[in-house]
Design a protein around this ligand. Structure first.
Ligand SMILES: NC(=O)c1ccc[n+]([C@@H]2O[C@H](COP(=O)([O-])OP(=O)(O)OC[C@H]3O[C@@H](n4cnc5c(N)ncnc54)[C@H](OP(=O)(O)O)[C@@H]3O)[C@@H](O)[C@H]2O)c1
Length: 338
């Protein structure tokens, strides 16, 4: 048996899993977002958070080639190298599912899904992560200027070469994902199995602008539901606003429905003695459609609070209250009938 840093006698992980699309594989139901690891969050804290997540049974880490080059003083990607170092130092590469993304601009890399650029960025991410194969590669954003057939062919080539195992799409409209997947099916190429989308319990205004970040829509969630794609909500707690006096409801979300939603979360959190953010994460885990929140934290207390989501279950009454106020992707949109 290979001994790891953690020296666990058995590898029975404490965290439940959810299916990853139609791949036949399952992944941890809470993914750990590494966006600010190595930049805003220093190395020591990042390692401690990764260790604790692992210890709690988490095996699914989310990063991207651009993380987090927009932070002052960090022009170079720091998240991928830090995750790579952690994998190496702890000797746990084989146990972990590593997701990364490409397509947004950083440094002198333009925002594009040009085939040559996809190949280059995959090579750079593998190098930075120190891994042979990226388990899940997302296109981070759509590129209307590159034909989708070229994008899917390039991604298929990367899978064929063993550089990537599975594909996902982030910040891409539902119809474009459906179209790309139809092209892939026609050509016998791998399809997008997972969708990472801006999605929380509160629903944004229709005209809210999140600078390239695309909020979930009924249509997107229904597509994922009917075609068995896993949904991965990012920024799921909207900066922890479900339990922080210093974080009011963010711009783009200030509506009466969301105030009611806040009240419901607060009531349930208080009743259960848990963090409101954990209630929101648990609500995501409770959905019928496989939903894996990508959890962002900067302190151990936040991680502990959010890990509680796996332990929270709702009564029928609580579930009804949570879903009674305008919700995305629920029955009313389901046009299939019984
Ligand atoms: N695909 C995409 O386009 C995209 C976009 C954004 C993010 N992501 C992914 O999603 C991950 C999470 O995104 P995010 O960081 O924006 O998530 P988030 O849930 O909106 O925000 C995380 C932040 O909220 C606060 N927080 C979270 N839980 C808390 C708790 N229990 N108590 C108090 N405060 C709490 C902390 O803020 P402080 O650190 O300020 O205390 C934490 O850093 C990222 O790491 C990344 O992997 C993907």
């Amino acid at each position: 048996m290979t001994r790891t840093f953690f020296d666990r006698p058995d590898d029975s992980s404490g965290m439940d899993t959810k299916p990853l699309g139609t791949t036949g594989e399952s992944v941890s139901e809470l993914s750990l977002g590494a966006m600010y690891f190595g930049s805003r969050i220093d190395r020591e804290t990042s390692f401690a958070l990764l260790d604790r997540y692992y210890e709690a049974g988490g095996r699914f880490i989310d990063t991207a080639n651009i993380y987090a080059t927009w932070v002052d003083g960090y022009d170079e990607p720091e998240s991928e190298p830090l995750v790579g170092e952690w994998l190496e130092e702890r000797g746990v590469r084989e146990e972990m599912t590593i997701a990364t993304k490409l397509g947004f601009s950083y440094g002198d890399v333009p925002r594009s899904l040009d085939p040559a650029l996809i190949d280059e960025e995959i090579a750079k991410s593998r190098e930075r992560l120190g891994i042979e194969t990226i388990d899940l590669l997302y296109i981070h954003v759509d590129d209307p200027d590159t034909p989708q057939v070229d994008v899917m062919e390039t991604l298929a080539g990367a899978v064929e070469a063993g550089d990537v195992r599975h594909l996902g799409a982030s910040n891409v409209p539902a119809w474009r994902i459906a179209r790309a997947n139809r092209i892939a099916a026609e050509q016998g190429w791998p399809r997008f199995e997972a969708v990472q989308t801006r999605f929380s319990y509160m629903i944004p205004d229709r005209d809210a602008d999140f600078a390239g970040q695309l909020p979930a829509s009924d249509e997107l969630l229904d597509y994922c539901d009917q075609e068995d794609l896993t949904v991965l909500p990012y920024s799921p707690t909207m900066q922890g606003c479900y339990d922080r006096d210093d974080r009011p409801i963010p711009d783009g979300y200030v509506r009466s429905e969301n105030r009611l939603k806040m009240d419901v979360v607060e009531t349930i959190a208080e009743r259960k003695g848990v963090d409101g953010n954990a209630v929101v994460l648990a609500w995501m885990l409770d959905r019928d459609l496989p939903t894996i929140p990508v959890v962002g934290v900067s302190t151990m207390e936040q991680l502990e609070a959010n890990l509680q989501a796996s332990e929270i279950s709702f009564t029928d009454e609580e579930r009804e209250r949570l879903n009674a106020i305008e919700s995305l992707g629920f029955e009313e949109w389901d046009l299939r009938g019984e």
